[in-house]
Design a binder for this molecule. Structure first.
Ligand code: PMP
Length: 391
């Protein structure tokens, strides 16, 4: 099409390389088994860690909220879009996270962008792990602060960065709690110690740790017993919590400031009350059904061990995010297609989402998977892996 020739050229190149993807459509709810193309397949690609997307209590609460408050809010939070449900949920979340306050954003993505682009200025420096999530990277792109990227989980390099930036008014060190593509956990106690020594603010993105790590799923700060020592916790309500949204948990002063200055918060309409009601119910479910988290970890251990026994390389993962390393971009996509043929949906992930030659099929088991489903998935991995020479 005229005017879009440059995009067409790039897309042709992706097709030639075998990395062009169309969106995979789910024709069912988001369970351990989903319907794709009219076929039931085992879902190993969703972030629905605890199976809460379909929890009867969340569905019922959301339905009741729609009945009582309608489908949408009709405004941004700062004008007419703050409903009681938003405030109630934020207080509950702050209590859950053991922080003074919490503020909901439209997504985890906008929460990271909102914080990083808002609270720093040109006198400051942000110091970020090389493998942090795209939303942290974009937040850093938007801030006026100086920036320093340290090598992934490299504490020596972080220390060097802190030493090199001593002239800054303020340093903020930001890290994913659990890294989304490799499933490894940040060395948060050591990061906190360094930040205390060098007087820097610590911010952790717990998108993949909320509902997964710590007591009742409180996240990495709780897991490492660092309450009160991590200044800013960001997270998502769309993964283990099973609904949609993001949040920032921290001091009251941070919440007050973000309400007045964070552009994604100020200029984008608030979540429907049904979303907040379901999120609120999800926190109650975390408290009432901790066995879901135990099951998630049991399934994780089983699946990882069996993949390794079959000869797959699962990288450095310590969490339910288990990459099955392939290397070549096109081969990873082929592996994913082959798995789908075998009845397993496990997304292939290639450059630029992960570095070149580190393409993989990323799997995430959930508390909702039965042992039989995981065994069936493993048989599919074995067949597809052998067929393509990956094992
Ligand atoms: N941070 C990390 C580490 C993530 O993996 C994600 C989700 N891909 C986000 C933030 C963004 O969260 P959300 O999907 O709620 O925008």
């Amino acid at each position: 099409m005229k005017g879009f020739e440059h995009l067409e050229r790039e897309i042709r190149d992706w097709r030639d390389k075998g990395v062009f993807r169309s969106l995979t459509e789910l024709e069912s709810d988001q369970g351990s088994i989903v319907t794709i193309g009219g076929r039931e397949v085992i879902q190993l690609s969703s972030n629905n860690y605890l199976g809460l997307t379909t929890h009867p209590r969340l569905k019922e609460t959301a339905l009741k909220a729609v009945e009582a408050y309608g489908a949408g809010t009709g405004s941004v939070r700062t004008i007419a879009g703050t409903f009681t449900m938003h405030e109630v949920f934020e207080k509950k979340l702050a209590q859950f996270k053991h922080t003074e306050a919490a503020l909901v954003f439209q997504s985890g993505f906008t929460a990271n962008v909102g914080v990083l682009a808002t609270i720093l200025n040109e006198e400051d420096v942000v110091i970020s792990d090389a493998l942090n999530h795209a939303s942290i990277i974009d937040g850093i792109r938007l801030t006026k602060a100086g920036r320093r990227i340290y090598n992934h989980v490299d504490l020596d390099d972080l220390k060097k960065a802190l030493e090199e930036t001593q002239g800054a008014r303020r340093r903020l060190v930001v890290t994913d709690g659990v890294f989304s593509m490799d499933g490894d956990i940040a060395p948060l106690p050591e990061i906190v110690e360094l930040c205390e020594r060098y007087d820097a603010i610590v911010m952790v993105d717990d998108a993949h740790a909320s509902g997964v790590m710590g007591k009742n799923g409180r996240g990495t700060v709780d897991h490492f017993d660092l309450h009160g020592r991590v200044h800013i916790q960001v997270g998502t309500l769309s993964k283990a919590i099973g609904v949609l949204g993001g949040y920032v948990a921290g001091p009251q002063v941070l919440r007050d400031y973000l309400i007045h200055r964070a552009r994604p918060f100020l200029f984008s309409t608030s979540h429907p009350p049904a979303v907040m009601a379901a999120c609120s119910e999800a926190i109650d479910v975390l408290m009432d059904e901790p066995e879901r988290i135990d099951r998630l970890w049991e399934n994780t251990r089983f699946f990882k061990e069996e993949l390794n026994r079959l000869g797959f390389d699962t990288g450095k993962s310590d969490t339910p995010i288990t990459p099955v390393m392939v290397g070549d971009d096109a081969l990873a996509m082929q592996f994913s297609d082959e798995l789908l043929e075998e009845g397993v949906y496990a997304q292939g992930i290639a450059f630029p989402t992960v570095p070149r030659n580190q393409a993989r099929v990323r799997t995430i088991v959930t508390a909702a998977h039965s042992k039989e489903e995981l065994e069936q998935a493993l048989r599919a991995f074995e067949r597809a892996g052998k067929k393509l020479g990956i094992i």
